[in-house]
Design a protein around this ligand. Structure first.
Ligand code: ADP
Ligand code: MG
Length: 238
C-alpha cells in the first residue's frame, strides 16, 4: 500500500483585493504518496505558489485543510507550526534564499542547529549531504562565491538536512541556465530514486515538466489535469 504524505482537501484561498475577491485556489484536492516526483505546472498567476505555501504551512487557506502524515498542519499555530515545519518539510525557493554571511557548510547545518542536534551528528550529516550534491570542495564558500546552480544545490542540501517527509520546491530552476537546471533535476531525481525522497515542485519550464513522473496542471486556481505518463503507457499495454 502507498503511504500518504500530503492530503489536501478542498483547498481554497481568497485574497481580498479591496472589494473584488480573487480566488488564488479554488477547491483543490491533492493526494501525494511517499516517493513521488511530481511537478505542478500552470501559467503565471495560476496558483502554484499559493498551493505550495498552503501545503507547507507558510500561509493558511480560506477553506479546506491539509494533512501531512496524518497531522492537520492547517490547524497548527505558533511554535507548534514552526516546529512541525522544521522537522517535516524541506523548502527550496526560486531565489535560493541562502544566508549570505554563512558558508555552504553553515547554511546546510542551520536547521540542525535550530533543532539542537549534537555537533557530531550535524557534522556527519553536512558532510554526507555535501558529498551527495557533489560540492565537498565548496564546504567553506559563501553563497556569493558559488554559481546559481551551486547555490541551489546547497539550498536542496539545507532542505534535506533534517530528513524531512518531503521537499517542496517553488520554481527551483527559474533562475538557472538550462545546463544547471538539468544538473539540479539529475540530483533531485537521484535523491528521489536512492533515498525515496518525495519531491513536489512547481515549474513552467517544459524541460523540467518532462522529468516529472506525475504532472498536475493548475489553471485559475483549479486542477485541470493530473497525469502520470509512465502509468498511462503501462495502462495502454494491458
Ligand atoms: P503562480 O505561483 O502560479 O504564479 P500565485 O499563487 O502566485 O500563482 O498567484 C495566484 C493568484 O493569486 C494570482 O492572481 C495572484 O495575483 C494572486 N495573489 C498571490 N499572492 C497574493 C497576495 N499576497 N495578495 C493578493 N493576491 C495575491
Ligand atoms: Mg509562483
Amino acid at each position: 500500500m502507498q503511504e500518504t504524505v500530503i492530503d489536501a482537501h478542498n483547498l481554497s484561498k481568497i485574497y481580498d483585493e479591496q472589494t473584488i475577491p480573487v480566488y488564488a485556489l479554488n477547491g483543490v484536492h491533492l493526494h501525494i504518496t511517499r516517493g513521488e516526483f511530481t511537478a505542478i505546472k500552470g501559467p503565471s498567476g495560476s496558483g502554484k505558489t499559493t498551493l505550495l505555501n498552503m501545503i507547507g504551512g507558510l500561509d493558511t487557506p480560506s477553506d479546506g485543510y491539509v494533512e501531512i502524515n496524518g497531522t492537520k498542519i492547517t490547524a497548527l499555530k505558533g511554535n507548534d507550526l514552526i516546529d512541525f515545519r522544521l522537522n517535516n518539510i524541506g523548502f527550496v525557493f526560486q531565489s535560493y534564499n541562502l544566508i549570505p554571511v554563512l558558508t555552504a557548510k553553515e547554511n546546510i547545518e542551520f536547521i540542525l542547529l535550530l533543532q539542537k542536534r549534537p555537533r557530531k551528528e550535524r557534522e556527519q550529516r553536512v558532510l554526507e549531504l555535501l558529498r551527495e550534491i557533489g560540492l565537498e570542495d565548496k564546504i567553506n564558500k559563501r553563497p556569493r562565491e558559488l554559481s546559481g546552480g551551486q547555490q541551489q544545490r546547497v539550498a536542496v542540501a539545507r532542505a534535506l538536512a533534517p530528513k524531512p517527509q518531503f521537499i517542496l520546491a517553488d520554481e527551483p530552476t527559474a533562475n538557472l541556465d538550462s545546463v544547471s537546471a538539468d544538473n539540479l533535476l539529475d540530483m533531485m531525481a537521484k535523491l528521489n530514486k536512492e533515498e525515496n525522497m518525495t519531491f513536489v515542485f512547481s515549474t513552467h519550464d517544459q524541460r523540467v515538466i518532462d522529468r516529472a513522473r506525475r504532472v498536475i496542471t493548475l489553471e485559475d486556481g483549479k486542477i485541470v489535469a493530473d497525469t502520470s505518463p509512465t502509468k498511462i503507457e503501462h495502462d495502454q499495454t494491458e
